[in-house]
Design a protein around this ligand. Structure first.
Ligand code: MTE
Length: 358
């Protein structure tokens, strides 16, 4: 194991330059604050949050500082374990002629969206450290011949793990490049043998307000009706790129990134990649999805990354890549159709109007 781990470490680019980026280079806070404007309009964010939408006031400023802070101590209570995994060439850093530069691990684990632990970027890393991930039960059922329940050890041992370096594009127009460790969702679905009625896959996050403060407080949790739910069409779920991730950077996931197991669908906006999953049900009908319930005109069921389909309140033509950059680099890059995975996934949508099915 240790050998595997060493290899993985050597494989990663660590970029110290990003530590020195000035505030102006950080992912647009204004963009996600706009998303929070919606929540505020709906009456869900507190007065402090309102202040920060109008200017980068003290609370937004704290987000930015948190993003660059070197003070890991208060955020490192959760213990992560090294994983054993293979590194298929298909998922290395060279993809479609692009040399992907990894987002530093510290950024991946401290700049998060996980509203169950708070709607601000630095809150999940702070409030999730005591989250209990073992014991865990993930139930897979619905339109299947062989429903199963996986416990914590099954998640890590039942299916061979591999590392997959994927771009993650948030609907808020920032992106990262993350070395996930996990297994194909297809392997799991085939294992339970879908019936002929199965057309969709519905996912659900743990509901445990005692552990997840955002589920208790509508102010902290952004007014979402928990549990957080997501869904895919069955053919999307069976696509080899759809990943059940149990780790990142060679170790088990930290809770703020969705421990012990989460979905990663790299060609869709990040909100489809639901965290800390306890239920996967195969269904005949399209399942409800959290952001679509909250604002259907803004967040569709499909949520495929598409530079030509703007969010009603901001453009999706470009994104802020949280990866590298010297002092003068802007890190603003054009957004790619299907987040750069068009060659692999475009056929899934060949007769669909992507502006209608956004
Ligand atoms: N899953 C749950 N249960 N709750 C959330 O708030 N946020 C989503 C997604 N999965 C979210 C979630 C959003 S908006 C994004 S961009 C990604 O998680 C962020 O994943 P990361 O924090 O690991 O980068």
């Amino acid at each position: 194991m240790a050998k595997n781990q060493e290899k993985a470490q050597a494989f990663y680019i660590r970029d110290s330059a990003i530590e020195q980026l000035p505030e102006s280079q950080v992912t647009d806070e204004s963009v996600y604050l706009q998303r929070r404007t919606l929540l505020k309009r709906l009456g869900y964010l507190g007065a402090g949050a309102l202040l920060s939408q109008h200017a980068l006031s003290s609370s937004a400023h704290a987000d930015v500082l948190g993003f660059f802070s070197n003070d890991d101590d208060k955020k490192s209570g959760f213990k992560r374990s090294p994983l054993t995994f293979s590194q298929p060439k298909a998922f290395d850093k060279t993809q479609a002629g692009e040399q992907l530069v990894l987002t530093p691990e510290k950024k991946v684990t401290t700049y998060n969206n996980f509203y169950e632990f708070g709607a601000k970027k630095d809150q999940p890393a702070e409030y999730a450290q005591d989250f209990k991930v073992n014991p865990w039960q993930l139930k897979i059922g619905g339109e299947v011949e062989k429903p199963i329940t996986l416990d914590y050890d099954d998640l890590i041992k039942k299916f061979p793990l591999e590392e997959r370096i994927y771009r993650l594009r948030c609907v808020e127009a920032w992106s990262m490049v993350i070395p996930w460790v996990g297994f194909s969702l297809a392997a799991l679905i085939k294992h339970v043998k879908p019936t002929s009625k199965a057309k969709y896959v519905a996912f659900q996050t743990l509901y445990d307000p005692e552990q997840m403060p955002g589920q208790k407080s509508r102010f902290l949790g952004g007014g979402i009706d928990y549990p957080y739910v997501e869904g895919l069409r069955l053919d999307e779920a069976l696509h080899p790129l759809s990943l059940m991730a149990v780790g990142l950077y060679g170790k088990t996931l930290p809770p703020q990134n969705g421990a012990p197991i989460r979905l990663v669908v790299p060609w869709k906006y990040g909100f489809k990649s639901i965290k800390s999953i306890v239920s996967i049900q195969l269904t005949e009908r399209q399942p409800p999805t959290t952001w679509n319930i909250l604002a259907p005109q803004e967040y569709g069921f499909y949520a495929n990354v598409n530079p030509k389909v703007a969010h009603p309140r901001w453009s999706q033509a470009s994104e802020r890549r949280i990866t590298t950059g010297g002092l003068f680099a802007r890190n603003r890059i054009p957004t790619q159709l299907f987040n750069g995975y068009a060659e692999q996934v475009a056929h899934l949508y060949k007769d669909m109007d992507l502006t209608k099915y956004y």
